[in-house]
Every structure is written in C-alpha cells, then in structure tokens.
Design a binder for this molecule. Sequence first.
Ligand SMILES: *Cc1c(COP(=O)(O)O)cnc(C)c1O
Length: 415
Amino acid sequence: MLVSSMGKLAIHGGQPLRQRPFPPWPVSGARERELLDQVLASDQWGGGSELVSRFEELFAQLHDCAHGVAAANGTLALEMALEAAGIGKGDEVIVPAHSFVSTASAVSRVGALPVFVDIERDSYNLDPAQLDQAVRPSTKAMIVVHFGGVMAAMDRVQEAAARLHLTLFEDAAHAHGAEWNGRRAGSLGLAGAFSFQNSKPMTAGEGGILVSNDQEIAARARSLANCGRRPEQGWFHHFAPASNYRLGGLQAAVLLAQLERLPEQIRLRTNNAELLLKALSVPGIRFQAVPDAASSVTFYLLVGRIDADLFGMDRNQLLVALNAEGIPCRSFYPHPLYANPLYQELPCRTEPCPAAEKACQDSFWLPQRLLMGSEEDTLDIARAIEKIYQTAKPRKNKKKSGRGTAGVTRNGSPG
Ligand SMILES: *Cc1c(COP(=O)(O)O)cnc(C)c1O
C-alpha cells in the first residue's frame, strides 16, 4: 500500500489526491527557436529549405532507413507509401480493426479495400495468427500499427507477410524511436509512415514522414508529394497528376530540435512506466504486454484495461474517478474502425474482431505526458488507482495478496 489512509474519493466530494498539473505537451525550448530563426533568416521557408532535407536524412537514419520523404502529415505519408507501391483498385489491404482511422482510410483513398483484422488482447497489435484465414487472392498488403509505441510482433508478422506474399507497411505514428530486437520502427517493411501531429512523440503541430530502404518507393513517394516533379527535371515539369504534400522549413526546424530530445524523453517515460508498473498492486488492472523483443518502447500511450468484476468498477467509472483525483486519463477508441459511419458506407471486409471489440469496452490510456514528470508525479497515478480501488466493491473476492497483479512482465505475459 502506497498510502495508508486514502480518504473519500473526489467524485464523492473528497479531496482530490492530486492538485498539481502533470507536465505539459508539447514542449519546446531555445533549440527550436534557434533553428526557427535560421529558417526565418533564409530565403527558403518552404519545402525547399535545407533543414527539410537535413531532417529527412537524420530521421531516416535514426530509423535504419536510407530514405526519408517528409510530408504535411502522417495520413498522407501512409497514402504515399501505398500509392508508391502500386496498391490500388482491386487490391485488398489488411489493417488492424483497432487504430486511428487513417490506417484504413489511406487504403480507401488509394482505391483499395481495407480488410479489418483483429488485434491480440494483450499486445493491442495486429494478431498474426489471424492472417492466414483473412487472406484472399486479391489481398496484396498489410499495414501493422505499433500501438502506443510497443512494436507489433514483427518476427511473426514478417514471416506471415513472406509466406502469404503480402507487402508489409508500418504505420509507425506512435513509434518514433521504437525498436524490435534492435531494429528500428519503419525499417521492417517496404515503407513506414510516421506522424508529427500535436499529440505524437515528436511534433511540429502537424507533419509526417515516409521512410524506406527501397530507392524506387522513395523516389515515387517524393514525386507524389511534390506535384509530380522528378529530380533534376525542372520546377515546371510534371510527370503525374500529383498533389503537394510537402512539409515546410519552419516545421522541419521544430522537428530537428524535437528529434534531439527524443532519446532522453523515451528514457524518462520508460523509467517512469517501470516505476508505475512496479508500484501498482491492485487486482483487475493490467497494462499492455511489452515483449522482450520490444527493445525500445516510446510509451506514447500507457495502455491499460480493467476487469470490472475484480476491480469493482467498470472502465467508464474508473475514468471519471481518476480524472476527479487529478489524473487526466482517456478512454479508448469508442468502436473498432469498421463501426465508423464511414465503413457503413464504403466497401470494406471485416473478419471477426472480438479482442478489438473488448478493448473498446474495457481499455483506457494514459497520455505520454503523465510519464514525463518526477517519480512522485508518477507514483501519484498508482496512489490514485489504489485509492479508488479501496472504495470499489469487486463482485469477486477482494484478495489482499495482490502485489504485482497489475504489472506487465518483460516476457509478454501480463502479471
Ligand atoms: C496520428 C495517427 C495517424 C495519422 O497521422 P496524422 O499526422 O494525424 O495525419 C495515423 N495512424 C495512427 C495510428 C495515428 O495515431
């Protein structure tokens, strides 16, 4: 027990456990301003800025890739990857049923058919065991999402992709700097797409990038992002009816500074996540499994779920109580992607997805900034959950043996 006397819950008029705010997100400093000044002093504020190419190079390098093509956002980076690989009408693309809409809408926007496949209950990532039965002759590709910054089971994913002749793409919008067995996110498929939207582990407010080790994919993506131009062929020479997806120089300046901070921020979140998981000892709460092979995890989200019988409260009640105690915490996607009005209208194919359905009912996430404070800030999260548990009325027997029941073990089996 972290505190002996917890008192009345804030939802019942008691004192909130925590009054101080958690650290803000996003964060910036002198380095962002210095690089912004460089761009402002130059005559290239747009996609032609030298800082854009410098950022593309550094970001790709950090993700074990030879090529980086910056874009206005992560959604477009996904679309570029699919289109550059020639995915389109008549093709099916497997996507996890539980993700942000862009993973699927990018498939629809290039004219292909999204096939929704279930996630694993414990990892929240695409379940490779479902792939064999999901594949049809027209299934050409799959997109894995590294949810919350824990990479998908890439050994099994890559094995299945090779065996089933699927082109593999990574939606790495949560996974800047994440690793699987020492290999960086974005380098394990044909191409990877990252987002620099406001909430993501690195941000310029908006932004995205495609990374790849395939020279041809990168060249096609660059042309798609740049009005159908080709290198060395002149500004007013266009070879495809492409759009303009370019990232600007001012954004690249901010992103270069954000990239310098990324390793330290990942270290901080990892340390705090480990501290939190060790400290928390209530039944009925589990966190996303982190396999040994996930050698770097961004902790963009700390994903948890609640067993209402064991804890004595359901997910929505827990969220209200936690927020009242001063722990800002959010519920999951309200439904799997196929339940969006969009896919009631648009063609798609849906495999059975019981784990994705369940996750939308019983899971919650703690945003990254909650893991970016001091040890005391972090322990407040555990204290608040314990305080709430003390007043909850589990339907199953309240056992006091509890230590470690909430944690995640490094071997992938949640404790
Ligand atoms: C944020 C996000 C995207 C899209 O990125 P934008 O930059 O917002 O377009 C794609 N996939 C996932 C899983 C995301 O979380």
